[in-house]
Design a protein. Structure first.
Length: 295
């Protein structure tokens, strides 16, 4: 096993990469560029190849790649939600190197379990909130992939509930309400000023903006409810929340946590620790590098 590896964390808006010391989790050299999602999978791969060339200058370190897609237990990419790599041979793009492939949420969870907020916990629910919203259950330091690699879909599937007033079935997709892009799009559709970022909206909401405040509050309520229901299912020792939007803090964080606790059914579980990811936005880079240890 190499003492160092390159980790590449591909998100919907950015690609973060770095050379990682595998013993300490320290990111020795780092780089970050926008993700060329609109240009397709080939452009995303080309960007990754350029990052690797710039990072290790011919050292031929092994590479771990974390993708925002479904990944089988054998490391095969099984979805094309952000870009299509299902038939792409990533290993041929990096000749002479070992290449490991992981889902982005499981990579970040692995890093938090090894070096971050989950150290020492027998079980952990890891949730990431950003361009997308995903989760994974970690048992004895290992993220559970499920039978097919699909045990991470927290918010992309349709949810149904009953309207207590009319008795009608209401269907919604959480990611279309509470992800970063969804919040911005909904704010603009409601007459808000265009061109703002999600963090701009959180700031406006904290000052009582008439559009942003209720929008953000409803999103936090829905997110917390989803986290609480996941806790009801797997009963973890703690919950760790990461991702750019998950780490925004302030009243947004407080609202998510309060909603999660309201949604946890057992009073013996309701006070479990719900904490921010300790490794911040480096978790995906560190976790993808750690994936090379299993090669």
């Amino acid at each position: 096993m190499s003492a160092r590896a390159i980790g590449i964390d591909i998100g919907g808006t950015k690609i973060a990469a770095g050379v990682v010391d595998l013993a300490s989790g320290r990111v020795v050299v780092a780089s970050r560029i926008p993700t060329p999602v609109a240009c397709g999978g080939e452009a995303v791969l080309a960007a990754c190849v350029d990052l690797v060339r710039d990072l290790d200058a011919g050292a031929d370190l092994p590479i771990g790649v974390a993708v925002p897609e479904l990944v089988s237990p054998e490391g095969r990419i099984q979805s094309a939600y952000q870009f299509d790599w299902r038939d792409t041979d990533l290993r041929s793009a990096f000749p002479g190197r070992g290449v490991a492939i992981a889902s982005d949420v499981r990579a970040a969870a692995s890093a938090e379990s090894t070096f971050g907020a989950g150290v020492g916990a027998a079980s952990m629910l890891y949730v990431t909130i950003g361009t997308g919203i995903s989760s994974t259950f970690v048992i004895d330091g290992k993220p559970w992939s499920g039978a097919r690699g699909n045990a991470l879909v927290l918010s992309s599937g349709e949810l149904a509930t009953i309207d207590s007033g009319t008795g009608s079935v209401v269907r919604s997709v959480l990611e279309e309400w509470a992800s970063g892009p969804a919040l911005v799009a909904r704010y603009e559709r409601m007459g808000g000023r265009p061109g703002l970022t999600t963090f701009d909206l959180l700031e406006l909401a904290s000052h009582g903006d008439s559009i942003a405040a209720p929008l953000v509050e409803r999103a936090a309520e829905a997110l917390g409810s989803a986290v609480g229901q996941a806790v009801n299912i797997v009963d973890p020792d703690l919950v760790v929340i990461g991702g750019g939007l998950g780490l925004a803090g302030g009243s947004w964080w407080d609202s998510i946590v309060a909603s999660a606790r309201r949604s946890i059914w057992s009073d013996r579980t309701r006070d479990l620790p719900i904490v921010p990811a300790r490794l911040g936005l480096d978790a995906g880079v560190i976790g993808s590098a750690l994936a090379t240890k299993g090669m």
